[in-house]
Design a protein around this ligand. Structure first.
Ligand SMILES: [Zn+2]
Length: 372
């Protein structure tokens, strides 16, 4: 609880999590953990990594959390009954502290006889400010276990499949200046007509994509969420801006998905004689979990042992860092954090009792996974 309050008292918007990562490194060093600070390609806020080793060969289980928070006004932490409230308490400083508690429990028990636990915490998680590249850098630098637990705020199921996601923005332009509609050069294309054609083309593309579907993850989609053009009713506008998302099935190549999208946009640009700028921002690749993996069985057993219930399998509705571990390193990952709420709002909270449950579950899972 003390650590959650300490971490939540530091404002750490995505891209600016250096302060909170430094504080966490300090807390862990004071407790005698040997702390590494790999930058994962983002030296402005080096990550935190701790390895708790048995000294014997064996599997490595990883606990991974992000300490950056979405860009909303800062809400200072407060302790009220079973809850800690404030920015980042739910997403996901509370969960990260539960994972650290599991690390302590295992160390104090002296029960780790094989393998090791790797704990990592980082920045650049929350889109659109972060692009997930610091974690990708960490994975490429070898900060990657044989299985990973991520204490994000969802815990109602074991997600077994999820779609990849990119956010796109198209800016359709014509060459001339803004002008009164009656004076417009007849040879100039209308960006609103081009925008309408783009929307129609995306709808058609979406129908085609819908046939590519997964029973758990759902269908591939292209979604339009925003369309803007024009300044006043009788000015011939210069720009049409369109924004939306593209989601694809696990196993599809993010590069091919992007290439196909760019090709489609270029066709519309050619046909309408406009230029179209494309901003394509990858959020995460797809995700799949092999439910027959030993790690999954161990997690399920320990979940039942600590809570007396079983967890169903389900979809991964939102992309998270498990997607990066699966797509880059092909390792199984389970997202499971404490009861909490208000993610991406100013009313975040996390349950202290449930943080204790998660710590116990993580410790037990780690011991069984590593000791074999
Ligand atoms: Zn999060």
């Amino acid at each position: 609880m003390r650590d959650t309050l300490a971490l939540c008292s530091i404002y750490s918007r995505t891209c600016e999590a250096k302060g909170v990562l430094d504080r966490l490194a300090e807390l862990l060093a004071v407790e005698g953990f040997s702390v590494e600070r790999p930058d994962g390609g983002y030296p402005a806020a080096p990550a935190v990594a701790v390895r708790l080793s048995s000294g014997k060969p064996g599997p490595t289980i990883q606990f991974n959390g992000h300490l950056d928070t979405v860009h909303l006004p800062f809400v200072p932490p407060q302790h009220e009954g079973d809850r800690i409230t404030g920015s980042g308490s739910c997403d996901m400083k509370g969960g990260t502290v539960a994972a650290i508690e599991a690390l302590r429990v295992v160390r104090e028990s002296g029960a780790l006889t094989k393998g090791s636990i790797l704990f990592t915490a980082h920045d650049l998680h929350e889109a659109p400010w972060g692009d997930g590249t610091q974690l990708e850098g960490l994975i490429r630098q070898g900060y990657c276990g044989d299985a990973v637990l991520i204490p994000e705020y969802l815990n109602g199921c074991i997600p077994t499949a999820g779609r990849g996601l990119a956010i796109w923005k198209l800016t359709i332009r014509r060459p001339g200046a803004p002008v009164h509609e009656v004076l417009r050069p007849q040879s100039e294309p209308s960006v609103i007509d081009a925008g309408a054609e783009m929307i129609a083309r995306l709808r058609q593309y979406g129908t085609h994509l819908a046939s590519k579907t997964d029973p758990v993850a759902g269908p591939e989609t292209v979604f339009v969420g925003q369309a803007h053009s024009g300044v006043i009713y009788n000015q011939f506008p210069q720009e049409f801006v369109l924004e939306g998302t593209r989601r694809w099935l696990p196993g599809e190549s993010r590069y091919l998905v992007e290439e196909e999208f760019r090709r489609l946009v270029q066709q519309v640009a050619d046909r309408t004689r406009t230029t179209i700028d494309i901003r394509w921002q990858l959020v995460r690749d797809g995700f799949r979990l092999d439910t027959n993996h030993r790690f999954v069985k161990i997690f399920e057993e320990n979940y039942t042992a600590t809570s007396g219930k079983t967890l169903p399998y389900g979809p991964k509705a939102f992309c998270d860092d498990c997607n990066a571990f699966w797509s880059l390193a092909d390792i199984p990952g389970i997202t499971h954090g404490p009861n909490s709420g208000g993610a991406h709002t100013m009313e975040e909270w996390v349950s202290i009792d449930d943080m204790a449950r998660v710590a116990q579950l993580y410790a037990a899972t780690a011991l069984q996974f590593c000791n074999g």
